[in-house]
Write a protein that binds this ligand. Sequence first.
Ligand code: ZN
Length: 107
Amino acid sequence: MTTTRPRHHADETADALYQAVVTKPFDTLPRLVLADRLQELGEDERAEFIRVQVELDQNPPCSGSANRRMAANCSDPYCRACMLRDREVQLCHVLESQGVFDAIHSA
Ligand SMILES: [Zn+2]
């Protein structure tokens, strides 16, 4: 018998913060507070995913792309926008494999 705590366990504080994010999707602060809470709960990837998305929204889009969320034909290996976007995609795959999105949508 395993006593491992579920990775995406219920947390009232995180739920309340998540509701604040849903209510004010363009407000950065609730998203960053939620990220901090998720990190406290050990959900590092989810926390980083939120922070990456916030930074993506705050950074100017890559000049190699008209849309900051689209793949860019960027020749700058140190382009911050492209690094963030790549990291977002990586984290998205990790979270998907952890079933995080299913858990959120069925919550
Ligand atoms: Zn770029």
